[in-house]
Write a new protein. Structure first.
Length: 53
């Protein structure tokens, strides 16, 4: 499969072109990562960061 080229403002991630986040659209970018299943919350990591076992 040949993917179309991306622009200087985009990159390939999980077979899709994604716009580089900016301070204006960072929250939208993170929400899009979550919806795509590329970013998840792990309660074990959160507990470890808080010093819990």
């Amino acid at each position: 499969m040949t993917l179309p080229e991306v622009t200087c403002n985009t990159f390939w991630l999980s077979s899709s072109a994604w716009e580089f986040p900016t301070s204006d659209n960072a929250e939208i970018f993170v929400n899009r990562l979550v919806r795509a299943g590329l970013l998840a919350h792990d309660p074990v990591v959160e507990a470890a960061l808080q010093g819990q076992i």
